[in-house]
Design a protein around this ligand. Structure first.
Ligand SMILES: Nc1nc2c(ncn2[C@@H]2O[C@H](COP(=O)(O)OP(=O)(O)O)[C@@H](O)[C@H]2O)c(=O)[nH]1
Ligand SMILES: [Mg+2]
Length: 420
C-alpha cells in the first residue's frame, strides 16, 4: 500500500491566476496534478470565482478523431472571439508517451494562440483520483476566465464516465467504418451523452454510423431533467465541415441546460478543508488499490460516514448479465471501511452481513452510503445502503469493526503491515 502523501490543506488563490496569467495558471494546475494540494482544497478556495465557463467534455474510442476535432473547434471558437482552455486526459498514455505528445501536435497550431491554453494530463493515479483532479483543474481554468473549457478523454472505462460528469455538455465522438467502434461506446458513456458526433464524415460509412447511433439512442433510458433531444451530427475535422453546426448545438445545449450546470450537481460545500476527517477519508479512498481497480470512488465523507459510487461496467457483471454480488459487497464494504476508519485510528472489520434486494445492470450508477449506528471505545457498528440512481435499494449491509489504537498514518508508513 502506498503511503498517503501529506498535502497542503489550504491555498491562497494567486491574484495573477484570476487575472488570467498563463504562468500562474500552469503553476496552479501543477499543484493539483502532483497532489500537492489536498483533495477539494483548490475548488473550495476558488468557489467564488466559478461558473462562468462552459465545460464541454469529448470522449470516444482512441483514434475516433477527438483531438483533430478539438483542433477544428479551436479554430472556430477563436473566430467567435472566445478564450478556450483544453484538458486532454488519457489514462492509457505513458508519461512521455506518443498520445500526449500527439495531442499537443494535433492541437499545436492553435495551441500557440494567446487565447488558447492546452494542458495534457499525465495521469499517474494521484491522490484524489482522476475525475477529482480533472474537476479541480477545470475549476482553475474557469477561475482564470476562459469562455469554453474542453476536456478530451478516451472513452474506455469507468474513469472516463466519471470525467465526463465534470462537464456541462458531453459529446461522444464515433468514426465511421470501424465496425466495432459503435460497440466501443459503452452503455455508461452513451447514457451520459448530450450530443453524438460521427467524425471523419469524408470517409465512407458515415451515414450508416449515424443510423447506428440513432438506433442505440432508443435503447437508453429517458432522462427527464431537461428538455433536450440528443442530436446525432456529422463533422469532418479536416475540412471543418459541420464543425460550426456542432458548436451551435453545443451552445444550444448550454442554453437549455444552463451554464455552470456542473457546479449545481456538486454537494453543498462541506469541504475536505473544513472537515479534516473528510479529507482523510478521501485520501484513504484514493490510495486503496482494490477500490481503484474496481472503479469505486469516494464522493462524500466525514466523521463516521462515507459515500462511494460506481457505474456498472461489463467487467462487473456475472454470467447472467446482472451485477456480480461480490461487487455489491465490495462497494458496500468500501463505504464501511472508509466510514469506520474516518476517526484516524485503524478499524478492523470483524463481522459483516449483507442482503441483496434487487439486481443492478450495465450502466447503472450505484451508491453505497455508510452511516454509524453505534460506537463505543473499542467497537462500532455501521449500516450501509446500496442504491441505484433512481433511488431503488439494491442491497443493505451491516458491519462491525474493532477499533485499534494504531494511527492510520503510522500504519500506512509501516506498510507492508501486519494485520490484526
Ligand atoms: N479522413 C479523416 N481523418 C481524420 C479526421 N479527423 C481525424 N482524422 C484522422 O484520424 C486519426 C486519429 O485522430 P485523432 O484526432 O488523434 O483521434 P483521437 O485518438 O480520437 O484523439 C488521425 O490520423 C487523424 O488524422 C477527418 O475528419 N477525416
Ligand atoms: Mg486524442
Amino acid at each position: 500500500m502506498s503511503q498517503p502523501k501529506l498535502s497542503q490543506r489550504s491555498w491562497a488563490v494567486p491574484a495573477a491566476l484570476l487575472a488570467g496569467d498563463r504562468r500562474a495558471l500552469a503553476r496552479s494546475i501543477s499543484l493539483i496534478e502532483h497532489g500537492e494540494l489536498a483533495v477539494g482544497v483548490a475548488s473550495e478556495a476558488l468557489a467564488a470565482h466559478l461558473g462562468r465557463a462552459h465545460v464541454l467534455g469529448i470522449t470516444g474510442a482512441p483514434g475516433a478523431g477527438k483531438s483533430t476535432l478539438v483542433h477544428a473547434m479551436l479554430g472556430e471558437l477563436l473566430a467567435r472571439g472566445q478564450r478556450i482552455a483544453v484538458v486532454a486526459v488519457d489514462p492509457s498514455s505513458p508519461i512521455s508517451g506518443g498520445a500526449v505528445l500527439g495531442d499537443r501536435v494535433r492541437m499545436g497550431e492553435h495551441g500557440a494562440h494567446a487565447n488558447v491554453f492546452i494542458r495534457s494530463l499525465a495521469t499517474r493515479g494521484h491522490l484524489g483520483g482522476l475525475s477529482q483532479s480533472t474537476e479541480e483543474i477545470v475549476d482553475v481554468m474557469d477561475a482564470a476566465g476562459f469562455d469554453t473549457i474542453i476536456i478530451e478523454t478516451v472513452g474506455a472505462g469507468q474513469s472516463e464516465v466519471e470525467i465526463m460528469r465534470v462537464a456541462d455538455t458531453r459529446l461522444v465522438a464515433c468514426a465511421p467504418g470501424m465496425g466495432d467502434n459503435v460497440q466501443a461506446i459503452k452503455a455508461g458513456i452513451l447514457e451520459i451523452a448530450d450530443l453524438l458526433v460521427v467524425t471523419k464524415s469524408d470517409l465512407p460509412g458515415s451515414d450508416a454510423a449515424a443510423r447506428d447511433l440513432k438506433d442505440m439512442l432508443h435503447l437508453r433510458p429517458a432522462r427527464s431533467a431537461i428538455q433536450w433531444e440528443v442530436p446525432v451530427l456529422k463533422s469532418c475535422a479536416n475540412t471543418a465541415q459541420g464543425v460550426a453546426g456542432l458548436l451551435d448545438a453545443v451552445a444550444q445545449h448550454a442554453r437549455v441546460a444552463g451554464v455552470g450546470q456542473r457546479l449545481k450537481a456538486r454537494r453543498p460545500a462541506k469541504s475536505a478543508v473544513a472537515l479534516d476527517s473528510g479529507a482523510l477519508v478521501m485520501q484513504l479512498a484514493s490510495s486503496d488499490p482494490f477500490a481503484q481497480a474496481l472503479g469505486i470512488r469516494c464522493v462524500d465523507a466525514g466523521k463516521g460516514h462515507a459515500t462511494v459510487s460506481l457505474t456498472l461496467q461489463q467487467q462487473h457483471l456475472n454470467f447472467n448479465g446482472t451485477c456480480h454480488g461480490g461487487l455489491v459487497f465490495a462497494l458496500a464494504d468500501s463505504a464501511f471501511g472508509l466510514a469506520s476508519n474516518s476517526y484516524g485510528k485503524v478499524a478492523a472489520g470483524i463481522d459483516a452481513h449483507v442482503t441483496y434486494q434487487q439486481a443492478a445492470r450495465l450502466g447503472d450508477c450505484l451508491q453505497a452510503r455508510a452511516t454509524e449506528v453505534s460506537r463505543s471505545r473499542k467497537l462500532a457498528v455501521y449500516r450501509v445502503d446500496v442504491t441505484r440512481a433512481d433511488g431503488a435499494v439494491i442491497s443493505s449491509f451491516t458491519g462491525t469493526v474493532y477499533i485499534t489504537d494504531i494511527d492510520i498514518a503510522t500504519a500506512a508508513a509501516d506498510a507492508p503491515q501486519e494485520t490484526i
